[in-house]
Ligand binder design. Structure first.
Ligand SMILES: CC(C)(COP(=O)(O)OP(=O)(O)OC[C@H]1O[C@@H](n2cnc3c(N)ncnc32)[C@H](O)[C@@H]1OP(=O)(O)O)[C@@H](O)C(=O)NCCC(=O)NCCS
Length: 204
């Protein structure tokens, strides 16, 4: 089943999104029962001020809207990031760019609960989503943006192979204003070359 097919119920929507497993993490579709935990994690200005659409303060009802709006046909592919013991630590997803639903180069978005920063989890999770976007979804490229004041996010994107393409402005809901961002792009060819290089490094 593809993301573009009709997925009416929550369980059906969940079936549209695979579970992606990494060494330390599992990425899965969010469920309504996750709303309380998601709200507790994301209700932090340090997260809201660095992403475009997260309100602050962030209530359980905001999490419920986020979850019911996720993984709709033709919409965003959204994953919760969990540890292998199922503890929820954050979320990431591929969002439409400039209103183009599942357009040719969707934008990668991500956040982690602050207590989970600095352990390499974002980089590990994004590697899995990027592989999924290129292999299963067949996108030719991915884009991302990081506020110029957000070196952590920039570093994560660089570690995943993204290349800087320029600067721009992004509307940030939590500050009710626009802020300068660095824009990045990862072409399928670069991703593929990095994968091959990684495999060669392992065997040498
Ligand atoms: C951005 C975010 C997801 C990073 O998560 P994380 O799991 O801590 O990231 P990682 O541990 O995988 O990688 C962080 C990297 O930044 C580096 N770093 C940390 N502080 C840094 C700083 N001040 N300057 C430069 N690099 C820094 C780390 O050393 C690490 O790189 P390394 O592995 O080469 O040492 C997390 O900080 C977050 O949720 N921020 C709020 C939301 C956000 O910014 N989302 C992204 C915008 S869409």
């Amino acid at each position: 089943m593809t993301l573009l097919e009709e997925c009416p119920s929550e369980s059906f929507r969940e079936a549209c999104i695979p579970v992606l497993e990494t060494k330390r993490l599992a990425l899965r579709a969010p469920r309504l029962e996750d709303a309380k935990m998601v709200a507790a994690l994301v209700n932090d200005r340090r997260i809201a001020e660095n992403v475009a659409r997260i309100p602050h303060p962030y209530k359980k009802s905001d999490a419920e809207s986020f979850i019911t709006g996720a993984n709709k046909p033709g919409g965003e592919a959204v994953f919760l990031i969990t540890l292998r013991d199922e503890t929820i630590i954050g979320a990431c997803g591929l969002t439409k760019q400039d209103g183009v639903v599942a357009g040719p180069a969707p934008e990668l978005g991500y956040w982690l609960g602050v207590e989970h920063w600095g352990k390499g989890y974002a980089t590990e999770a994004l590697h899995a989503v990027i592989d999924y976007a290129f292999t299963d979804l067949g996108h030719p490229a991915l884009t991302a943006a990081a506020r110029v004041t957000n070196p952590l996010s920039r570093r994560v994107l660089e570690k995943c192979g993204f290349q800087w393409t320029g600067v721009g402005l992004c509307r940030i809901r939590a500050i009710n204003s626009s802020a300068p961002v660095d824009r990045f792009r990862l072409e399928r060819g670069i991703w593929s070359a990095l994968k091959t290089w990684g495999r060669m490094k392992k065997v040498s």
